[in-house]
Design a protein around this ligand. Structure first.
Ligand code: GAP
Length: 450
C-alpha cells in the first residue's frame, strides 16, 4: 500500500469517527476485532444505500419479491449448502507468537499473487521465498479453518442443537423459494431479494469495515430456465452497473474480473467479481455468480421436498437455475465514502468535503438563521426548518458558530445544501441556498420547497 493511499484511508477513518459515522465495535472495552458500530450519520448513510438498492432491485421491478429470513437456521441448511465442509480459508500460525494469519494474505502482502494456488502451493511459495510472519518468525504449514460461527440453540449443547450464524443471506432465500412459489407462482424468470446480517469468523479482519466479522449483505437469487441463464447473467450485470452509477462511484474505478474456475466458490459455474479501486488498493466490491441448480437440488435431496418448477400450461418441469448478484453493504459504503472524500482549496484554506449523491447524503439540508440572537430570524428559520423536515426527514438545524464554520462542518459530513435565513428573507420570503460542491450561493423562494 502506498503511503499516500494509507493517508487517504486514515483521513477517512478519522473523519468517520470524529463526525459520528462509524466507531470500532465495543470500543469502550478496548474493542472487538472485526466489529463496527454505526453512529447517527453512518446509520443513515448505510440505510440510504440499502433503500436505494431495494428501490432499484425490488420496488421498481415486477419480477422481484422481498423476503426476510431468520439468521439462525436448521444446521441441515449449512450441510446441504456445502458450507460445513467447504467454507474454509487457509490458516498459518506464527510458530513463536502463535498469532494466526491467512496464508493467501501473507503472500499477497509480499507481492505474490495467490490466485489459483492450492493450499500446498501457497505453503511451497512461503518456503521458496523464505517468508516470515509480520513479527519475523517462521510460519507453520497451513490448515483449513471453517469461518462459520457456531452456536447452540436451546439449553442443551449437543450435536443436535448446533446452529450457525449465517455466513451468507442467500440460504434464507433458497429455503423460502418454495414458500413464495406456492403463494405467488410467478412466471420465470423471477428473483427473491434479501438484505441482512451475515457473519464470518475471518482469520484476519482488516482494512476498516472492508473485511469484518459481522456485516450486511444485499442478495438476489434470480431463478431462470436452465437454458436461459446466460442472458439473465448479462442482464443482471447491466443492472449491477446501474446501481453502482447511482451510488456515484466513478466508472474508471470499477473493474470486472472473470473469476477463474479454481478460484470460484464451490457452487459457481461462472463468477464475475466487480472490483473497485479503494484507497487500500483494487479489491472485490461484489460478486455475480451462476449457481446453477446446486442449492435447490441439494435442498430437494436433503429435505425430500420437491423444488421443481412447472411451466404454466405445459408439462415441462425442472429445478430452476440461479443467477446471484451478491453485494456487501460495508464495501458499498466504503466505496461511497472513499469516492465522496474530496479536498480542495477555498479562500486559500484546505477544505474537506464528502461529495455524496443527494439521495445518499445523511443530511440533505442544514437550516440556519444568519444570527442566532435575533428572535425574528430564528422564528422564520424554524418555519423553513419545519417545512423541509416534514418533506425530507434528514434535515439538520445548525446555528453554532459563524456561517463560514457552519458551511465547513456541513461540507465535512456531505450535506449538499445549506439554507440561510437573513433579514432580506423577512421582506421577500426568499432564502440563500449554498451548494456544497461549488460553494455557489443562490436566492430561492421558500415556496419552491413546498
Ligand atoms: N452468497 C454469495 C456470497 O456470500 P461472497 O463473495 O462470499 O458471496 C458476497 O460474499 C459479498 O459479501 C462480497 O462481495 C463482499 O461485498 C461481502 N463480504 C464478504 N465477506 C465480507 C466480510 N468479511 N466483510 C465485509 N463484507 C464481506
Amino acid at each position: 500500500m502506498a503511503g499516500q493511499k494509507n493517508e487517504k484511508m486514515e483521513a477517512i477513518v478519522s473523519l468517520a469517527k470524529r463526525r459520528g459515522f462509524i466507531y470500532q465495535g465495543s470500543e469502550v472495552y478496548g474493542g472487538l476485532s472485526g466489529t463496527w458500530d454505526y453512529g447517527p450519520l453512518g446509520v443513515t448513510l448505510k440505510r440510504n444505500i440499502m433503500q436505494l438498492w431495494w428501490k432499484m432491485f425490488v420496488d421498481s421491478r415486477d419480477d422481484m419479491y422481498g423476503v426476510d429470513a431468520a439468521i439462525l437456521m436448521n444446521q441441515k441448511v449449512w450441510q446441504a449448502s456445502g458450507h460445513v465442509d467447504t467454507f474454509v480459508d487457509p490458516l498459518t500460525e506464527d510458530l513463536v507468537t502463535k498469532r494466526r494469519y491467512r496464508t493467501d494474505h501473507i503472500l499477497k502482502d509480499k507481492g505474490i499473487d495467490p490466485t489459483g494456488m492450492t493450499m500446498q502451493e501457497m505453503d511451497a511459495a512461503v518456503q521458496e521465498h523464505d517468508i516470515k510472519s509480520p513479527d519475523g518468525n517462521p510460519l507453520s504449514e497451513s490448515r483449513t479453518f471453517n469461518m462459520m460461527f457456531t452456536t447452540h440453540v436451546g439449553p442443551v449443547a449437543d450435536d443436535k442443537s448446533v446452529s450457525y450464524l449465517r455466513p451468507e443471506t442467500a440460504q434464507g432465500i433458497f429455503t423460502n423459494y418454495k414458500n413464495v412459489l406456492d403463494a405467488f407462482y410467478p412466471d420465470l424468470p423471477f428473483g427473491l431479494a434479501q438484505q441482512g446480517k451475515a457473519f464470518r469468523n475471518e482469520i484476519s479482519p482488516r482494512d476498516f469495515i472492508f473485511r469484518s466479522r459481522e456485516f450486511e449483505q444485499m442478495e438476489i437469487e434470480y431463478f431462470v430456465h436452465p437454458e436461459k441463464w446466460a442472458e439473465a447473467f448479462d442482464a443482471l450485470l447491466v443492472d449491477v452497473h446501474a446501481f453502482l452509477k447511482a451510488l456515484g462511484l466513478p466508472t474508471e474505478k470499477i473493474h470486472e474480473l472473470e473469476v477463474p474456475a479454481e478460484d470460484r466458490a464451490h457452487y459457481s459455474e461462472r463468477t464475475v467479481d466487480i472490483e473497485f479501486d479503494f484507497p487500500i488498493g483494487r479489491e472485490e466490491l461484489l460478486g455475480l455468480a451462476y449457481r446453477t441448480n446446486f442449492d435447490l437440488s441439494n435442498i430437494q435431496r436433503m429435505s425430500g421436498k420437491g423444488m421443481e418448477y412447472t411451466v404454466k400450461g405445459t408439462n415441462e418441469r425442472f429445478i430452476p437455475h440461479v443467477i446471484e448478484p451478491s453485494f456487501g453493504v460495508e464495501r458499498a459504503l466504503m466505496a461511497v465514502l472513499s469516492s465522496a472524500y474530496t479536498e480542495d482549496e477555498v479562500n486559500g484554506e484546505t477544505r474537506v468535503y464528502l461529495r455524496f449523491p443527494e439521495e445518499l447524503a445523511p443530511i440533505r439540508y442544514a437550516v440556519s438563521p444568519l444570527l442566532k440572537n435575533k428572535p425574528e430570524l430564528v422564528a422564520k428559520a424554524r418555519d423553513v426548518y419545519a417545512l423541509l423536515k416534514t418533506k425530507y426527514g434528514n434535515v439538520m438545524w445548525d446555528d453554532n458558530g459563524n456561517i463560514g464554520k457552519r458551511y465547513r462542518r456541513q461540507d465535512e459530513i456531505g450535506t449538499p445544501f445549506c439554507v440561510v435565513i437573513d433579514f432580506e428573507t423577512l421582506e421577500d420570503d426568499r432564502v440563500t441556498i449554498r451548494e456544497r460542491d461549488t460553494t455557489k450561493q443562490t436566492r430561492v423562494a421558500i415556496s419552491s420547497f413546498k
